[in-house]
Design a protein around this ligand. Structure first.
Ligand SMILES: Nc1ncnc2c1ncn2[C@@H]1O[C@H](COP(=O)(O)OP(=O)(O)OP(=O)(O)O)[C@@H](O)[C@H]1O
Length: 265
């Protein structure tokens, strides 16, 4: 695999806090989060429902503003990074437009960015091939399975070649076999593209299988309770899940999650 972390910092977060003001009073979503991520890493965020994983991803994407602390994305503010199109975002549901073909869905951001038609088509072809959807360009989303639709949405997020890929539980709604298959494909894609990936999940095996680093978060207010270096070989197949090294990391993640839960009790 080509992907390696070169030590260049993509995410630099210190003392980050986010409190939502609601009619029922303040909701303390994130509290004092410190985190650095280097270019080329695959980082998973895991934690109980409502612990602020999505909120943290949204702050990085400039879709939420923090109420305190410091954050740099690729060395600039999240707003500058967004305006520079530094990241692609993949949601839990594929969010494809049903009236557009798969190719035209992938070309949509490129249309918005004003790329010439020939280049749009060329890029759509390249990225659909990268996610193994060659031959499905002219199909409509409803003609594809859930896993294929999610691959199309990954191609769309990659189509403008962002440095960062933000993925919010992209495979959460899929059955386990499809999810395993997509995990292997995503790992290969990461190896080929060298992107930095930030990936939200509820699944311990998924986090350990995919990541170079796992960020374990506590229930509200979301805090980081452990950052685990996942030093398994980068070339991984699903068989690695049976190895002692894999199980040891999974055990540490589970311990972190348990400790976080008792904190709330
Ligand atoms: N716009 C908002 N206004 C008020 N509260 C919000 C808002 N967005 C999120 N929250 C609250 O902030 C907390 C963190 O939410 P968030 O969606 O980031 O959690 P999560 O870890 O991603 O959860 P899940 O795993 O269920 O997706 C939750 O309590 C949620 O209800």
């Amino acid at each position: 695999m080509a992907a390696t972390s070169n030590g260049v910092q993509v995410i630099d977060i210190a003392g980050l806090t986010l409190t939502f003001d609601t009619a029922d009073g303040p909701v303390y979503a994130l509290s004092n989060v410190d985190l650095t991520i280097s270019e080329g890493e695959f980082v998973s965020f895991i934690g109980p429902s409502g612990c602020g994983k999505t909120t943290l991803l949204r702050v990085i994407a400039d879709l939420e503003r923090p109420t305190g602390g410091h954050i740099r994305v690729n060395g600039v503010s999240p707003e500058e990074a967004r305006l520079r199109r530094d990241y692609g975002y993949v949601f839990q549901s594929p969010a494809l437009y049903p009236w557009r073909t798969i190719e035209k869905n992938v070309m949509l951001p490129l249309e918005i960015f004003g790329l010439p038609k020939a280049e749009r088509r060329e890029r759509a072809r390249t990225f659909l091939e990268l996610v193994n959807l060659k031959g499905f360009e002219r199909k409509f989303p409803w003609q594809l399975s859930g896993g294929m639709q999610q691959r199309a949405s990954i191609a769309r997020a990659l189509s403008f070649d962002p440095r960062l890929l933000l993925m919010d539980e992209p495979f959460g709604a899929l059955d386990e076999i499809v999810r395993d298959h997509l995990n292997e494909q995503l790992l290969r894609l990461w190896g080929k593209t060298g992107k930095t990936v930030l990936f939200v999940t509820h699944s311990i095996p998924e986090a350990v299988f995919l990541s170079t680093k796992i960020v374990v978060m506590s229930p509200r207010p979301g805090r980081i309770i452990d950052v685990i270096d996942c030093d398994l070989p980068r070339e991984r197949t699903l068989d690695i899940r049976e190895t002692p090294a894999f199980l040891a990391i999974a055990h540490r993640v589970r311990d972190g999650l348990r400790a976080g839960h008792s904190y709330e009790d």
